[in-house]
Design a protein around this ligand. Structure first.
Ligand code: SF4
Length: 287
């Protein structure tokens, strides 16, 4: 188990093996991200009978930008094919309520697996590798539990335990870099072009719409940072700790943006006027 990469852990979304759970289970609020309101448990009107999205190639132009940002960390196919053994909410409507309840729990567990797997790749975190391996094994064990168990799981408590380990990992990984302290900072719209943020603590920072062009974000801890609309053009995020695909998808960037090897350059960065660079990770299969 330790040493497994995100693909081996099933953390890359495989929409073709999923019953469109993000399009059904989750609510939308009409906004810049979603063209319509949708209640949790009601299928999006764009979801076809075969669980494919009827406007997949035009989501952003159609006002569904939020769909191109979302990443389930592979929870969709895990719930569809694992927990519910390939029986969809259409085939077995009686399971729908529980399937929708389990999906966000599974997503949180898979997100934790993502962080733990990354933490285990950090040499500087060696002193906590044994604890990280234990946490990863326990989290993976939880993902295999029954729907009844998952529905009642206190995932917040498990998350809090894992977070302590991730905090320690971050401290070890950034030790000696003298990075700036911006934990949970309000940096909305901040002018940080060219800023030296190497090794910074940006955990939970609000960077919505921030100008981070050409910023040095190498080895910065960005877990939970809100990067919606932040401009990462030319920024260097090599080695940025706990960066996720959803954070990258929500930001702006260009061909000069440097990403950690496990992440993919979003295709919409190219659509927004910049040619795409080669992906650094195989693209997830989309509907
Ligand atoms: S992103 Fe894909 S795999 Fe994940 S829940 Fe949505 S449709 Fe399913």
């Amino acid at each position: 188990m330790p040493g497994k990469n995100p693909r081996e852990l099933g953390l890359l979304a495989d929409c073709e093996s999923c019953f469109g759970l993000c399009c059904v289970a989750l609510p939308f609020a009409a906004s810049a991200d979603f063209a319509v309101d949708k209640d949790a448990g009601r299928p999006c009107h764009n979801l076809r009978d075969d669980f494919r999205c009827s406007i997949h190639s035009q989501l952003r132009q159609s006002g569904f930008q939020g769909c191109t940002v979302f990443d389930c960390f592979g929870a969709g196919q895990k719930v569809s094919q694992g927990t519910f053994e390939g029986r969809s909410w259409r085939e077995a409507p009686g399971t729908a309520r529980q399937m929708y309840a389990v999906f966000p729990v599974m997503r949180q567990l898979h997100e934790l697996l993502w962080y733990l797997a990354e933490a285990l790749t950090l040499e500087a975190a060696q002193p906590v590798h044994a604890s990280l391996r234990q946490a990863l094994e326990e989290t993976e064990r939880l993902t295999g539990q029954s729907a009844d168990v998952l529905e009642k799981l206190d995932v917040a408590a498990h998350r809090a335990e894992v977070n302590e380990l991730l905090l320690r990992t971050s401290e070890l990984a950034r030790a000696g870099l003298k990075g700036r302290e911006h934990r949970s900072a309000d940096l909305i719209g901040a002018r940080l072009r060219g800023a030296g943020l190497r090794g910074a603590n940006l955990r939970g920072a609000y960077l919505i719409g921030a100008d981070l062009r050409d910023a040095d974000l190498r080895d910065a801890d960005v877990i939970g940072a809100d990067l919606r609309g932040a401009d990462l053009s030319g920024a260097d995020l090599t080695g940025a700790i706990f960066l996720t695909q959803a954070q990258v998808n929500a930001a702006k960037g260009d061909t000069a943006t440097r990403l950690p090897g496990a992440l993919t350059r979003p295709s919409h960065w190219a659509e927004e006027g910049r040619p795409p660079a080669a992906s650094r990770r195989p693209r997830r299969r989309r509907r």
